[in-house]
Design a protein around this ligand. Structure first.
Ligand code: MN
Length: 374
């Protein structure tokens, strides 16, 4: 446990920086362009009520990998204190950080696992409070903040009501869900009203990572080094699987307007387009393809990816080449990742100027209906 905690405590920024940052600019002889505006689309915040709810949950003996992460956040040490302070600031301090790194806007979302670890009543109440706070912060700083609404999948009927309130009354910019809820994914029939409401309201759903369900964690990661189940690999496994489940169960055949947003350059999915189409093409010839279309068609039409925590030009160039320039959005993952590093990555991207502008801010304005700066 000590190893896991100390690993997590220093991990997000350091690992990402070490992993690919050094190599990402190598060979980029192409002329690069600095974007005229930057909208960062996976930026985390917290509210005191969430911190208290997590503190209460963390004080018990409940074994849960996300709760273990929060036990680190809630520990009294410089890393944790600084992180919580940054998460709780949706006012002047955060705007100063944005100004210092040249970021125009944060699209805010309640930090993982949002309300999804709590009981249905607590979670539903907390989502409402979080959405109200978010709307207040946006009203105070309308040119600097936009935001994604939380909801509690634990109670789908009340989740639909909160989604409607958040999108129509509060005028938030979309929805966030932190992958599984008690081990269940959004393709479960009981969650369909949530997806239906999102599609009807043109509310994109950002599926943000969390650790895989505890049962899977114990089977899949037993004996592995601490970070593998979370930021280094497990988040991508969990979140990519979630999106793929939506595709192969035919959710997008029923809701062709539904848009799902994935961070980390698509959680690995773009890399698998060829193989998925090949294999489901074989299944189709054998009359066993459960979808009306090929997987890559849903990926191109229904998925939107962001650059959060993947400041690697070769990965961006690959995604740009297979998905085109219209469904890739800039993101930092503040405060878990270093803003200056993400901004430098974006501003040295070896892509055509028009596409850099799309990725840096134009796509975000379109997808999340963020009002233009001018
Ligand atoms: Mn994040």
């Amino acid at each position: 446990m000590t190893n896991r905690r100390s690993f997590l405590a220093g991990t997000s920024a350091a690992m990402a920086a070490a992993a690919l940052g050094g190599a990402s600019n190598a060979g980029a002889a192409t002329k690069t362009f600095k974007a005229t505006r930057l909208i960062a689309t996976e930026e985390a915040f917290a509210i005191p009520e969430q911190v208290e709810a997590m503190r209460k949950a963390a004080s018990g003996l409940w074994r849960d990998t996300d709760l273990d992460m929060w036990r680190v956040f809630l520990g009294d040490r410089p890393y944790s204190n600084n992180l919580l302070r940054q998460l709780l600031d949706i006012d002047a301090g955060r705007i100063q950080v944005m100004d210092d790194s040249g970021v125009d806007m944060h699209l805010l979302s309640l930090t993982s696992p949002g309300v999804q670890l709590l009981d249905a009543d607590t979670a539903t109440g907390l989502a409402t409070v979080a959405n109200d706070r978010l709307a207040e912060a946006i009203a105070k700083h309308p040119t600097r903040f936009a935001g994604l609404a939380s909801f509690a999948p634990q109670d789908p009927a009340r989740a639909v009501k909160e989604i409607e309130r958040a999108m129509t009354t509060l005028k938030l910019n979309g929805l966030v869900v932190n992958s599984h809820t008690y081990g269940e994914y959004l393709d479960e029939p009981k969650f369909f009203p949530i997806l239906e409401a999102a599609a009807a309201l043109n509310a994109p759903i950002y599926i943000h990572p969390r650790n895989p369900p505890q049962q899977s964690f114990e089977q899949l990661f037993r004996g592995a080094s601490a970070g593998l189940s979370s930021v280094a690999w497990g988040y991508q496994l969990e979140t990519g699987l979630h999106a793929m489940r939506l595709i192969v169960t035919g959710v997008f055949d029923r809701l062709p307007n539904l848009k799902i947003v994935l961070g980390h350059m698509g959680e690995g999915i773009p890399y698998w387009l060829y193989r998925m189409d090949y294999m489901y093409g074989v299944a189709r010839r054998n009359g066993r393809n459960p979808m009306q279309r090929m997987p890559s068609e849903y990926v191109k039409d229904n998925l939107i990816i962001t650059t959060s925590g993947m400041n690697a030009h070769p990965v961006l160039q690959y995604c740009h080449s297979v998905l085109g320039p219209d469904n890739i959005l800039f993101a930092i993952d503040y405060p878990y990742q270093e803003p200056n590093e993400a901004v430098a990555f974006m501003n040295t991207t070896p892509l055509p100027k028009a596409d850099v502008e799309k990725i840096a801010w134009k796509n975000a304005e379109r997808v999340f209906r963020i009002r233009s700066a001018t």
